[in-house]
Design a protein around this ligand. Structure first.
Ligand SMILES: Cc1ncc(COP(=O)(O)O)c(C=O)c1O
Length: 362
C-alpha cells in the first residue's frame, strides 16, 4: 500500500513525555516534577495578562517590540538582536531548522533539554552525544566529537537534570575549540537562579562572536510556563536567518504583555531567587545527613542519588513520595538510582524532607 511518508528521522523520534501532574485519588498533589516556580509569577505579570485579555480580537505585535525592549533594558542588551519564541523550545527548534539538515551532525552533551535531540532528529540530522563526567558537561568529550559535519553544538548551562554548571573558563574553552562556522547554543533556562561568581551566562559572548546564541525562558524563575515565552540573544546574521522562518505571531499578546511586566519586576525576581537558594542549601544539608548524595545544584531543582543498598532505591523513594501526594521526576531508565525534585514552597519542601526522612529510616 502506498501512503505519505514522513521525512527521514521523524519516525525515529520517541515522543516527549511531560512531567507527571496527577496522582490517582489525590486531589491537590505536590507537583515537583517539572521545575516550575512554586512562587508563581510577579503580580504585575498577572495584571498585565488580564489587561491584555481584553483585546483578544487583535493580532499580537508580530515584532514583539514591547517585550524585546523590556528584556534589553533589564539585561542591558541590544533589543534588535533578541527574538522571542513560543517557549525557548520553539527557538531551539528554529535554530536547528535554520542551521542543521539531512547529513549534518548536531552535537549534544549527555544531559540537557531532551527536545534538542527531538528537533535535530526531526531535521534528519545525526545526533552525536558526548558523555558527561561526575554530573558535569565534559568540554574535552565534546571537542573530541566535533567533525566536519558538525553544524550545531548545544549545552544547557546550568544543566538538566544535574543542576550543575560549567564555569566561565570552561565555557570559553569549549567555544574556543569549535570551528567558527559551528553554531554554539547555550541553553540558559535556569540562568537566573545561579548565584556564583565564576558563572558566565554567555550573553556578553554573543556580542563578541558571530557563532554564539543564548536561549532563555519565562517558564522557570518568572513563573509563566503556561504562557510559553522564551527568548534568544543572537548575533546579527543569526537574527536575520531565524526571523525569516519564524511565524509572525508565534507569541500571543497576553503572554508578551505578562512577560514584559515580569522581567521588569526585578525585585520580585530577586526575592524568588533568594528563597530558592535558601531552600536549596537547607534541602541539601538535610538529605546529606540522611546519607543521600545530592548533586550540587545552582537551579530550582536537585538530583538525588540513592544508595541502592538496603532497598533504598530511587524507585522505592518515588513510590513512597507519591503515597504522600508528592510527585518527583524519576530520571534515566528503570534501575537508575536518581530522582529529580523541584524546589517547592516552604510547606512543600518540608513535606518532601519529612517523607524522605521516613523513607530512609523505614
Ligand atoms: C534545560 C531546559 N531548556 C529548555 C527548556 C524549555 O523551556 P520552555 O520551552 O518552557 O522555555 C527546559 C524546560 O524544562 C529545560 O529544562
Amino acid at each position: 500500500m502506498s501512503y505519505p511518508q514522513p521525512k527521514p528521522g521523524v519516525l525515529k523520534i520517541a515522543r516527549y513525555i511531560q512531567g507527571q501532574s496527577e496522582i490517582e485519588g489525590v486531589e491537590n498533589p505536590i507537583k515537583l516534577s517539572s521545575n516550575e516556580s512554586s512562587a508563581g509569577p510577579s503580580p504585575a505579570a498577572v495584571t498585565a495578562y488580564q489587561r491584555a485579555g481584553q483585546q483578544l480580537n487583535r493580532y499580537p505585535d508580530g515584532a514583539q517590540t514591547c517585550l524585546r525592549n523590556a528584556i534589553a533594558e533589564v539585561y542591558n542588551l541590544d533589543a534588535e538582536r533578541i527574538i522571542c519564541g513560543n517557549g525557548s523550545d520553539e527557538l531551539l527548534a528554529l535554530f536547528l531548522r535554520a542551521y542543521a539538515g539531512v547529513g549534518d551532525q548536531v552535537l549534544l552533551s549527555e544531559n540537557g533539554f531532551i527536545m534538542c535531540r527531538i528537533h535535530a532528529i526531526g531535521q534528519g540530522s545525526e545526533v552525536v552525544v558526548a558523555p558527561e563526567q561526575d554530573y558535569l558537561v565534559d568540554v574535552d568529550a565534546l571537542l573530541e566529537r566535533v567533525s566536519d559535519k558538525t553544524r550545531v553544538v548545544i549545552i544547557a548551562n546550568p544543566n538538566n537534570p544535574t543542576g550543575t554548571y560549567l564555569p566561565g573558563g570552561e565555557l570559553k574553552r569549549l567555544h574556543a575549540g569549535l570551528p567558527k562556522d559551528v553554531l554554539f547554543i547555550i541553553d540558559g533556562a535556569y540562568a537566573e537562579y545561579v548565584m556564583r561568581d565564576d558563572y558566565e551566562d554567555g550573553l556578553a559572548l554573543v556580542d563578541r562572536f558571530e557563532n554564539i546564541v543564548v536561549t532563555r525562558t519565562f517558564s522557570k524563575i518568572y513563573g509563566l510556563p503556561s504562557l510559553r515565552i522564551g527568548w534568544a540573544y543572537c548575533p546579527e546574521k543569526v537574527v536575520d536567518a531565524v526571523q525569516r522562518i519564524r511565524t509572525p505571531f508565534n507569541t500571543n499578546g497576553p503572554a508578551l504583555a505578562a512577560a514584559a511586566a515580569a522581567v521588569k519586576d526585578t525585585a520580585y525576581t530577586k526575592h524568588v531567587c533568594e528563597q530558592n537558594a535558601h531552600w536549596l542549601g537547607r534541602i541539601a544539608s538535610h538529605l546529606s545527613e540522611l546519607g543521600l548524595f545530592v548533586v550540587p545544584s545552582v537551579t530550582n531543582f536537585y538530583l538525588i542519588r540513592f544508595p541502592g543498598s538496603h532497598n533504598k532505591t530511587a524507585q522505592g523513594a518515588a513510590a513512597y513520595l507519591q503515597k504522600r501526594g508528592i510527585i518527583p521526576r524519576p530520571v534515566g531508565g528503570e534501575g537508575d538510582n536518581h530522582l529529580r525534585i523541584t524546589v517547592g514552597s516552604s510547606s512543600e519542601n518540608e513535606a518532601v524532607l519529612q517523607a524522605l526522612t521516613e523513607y530512609m529510616q523505614s
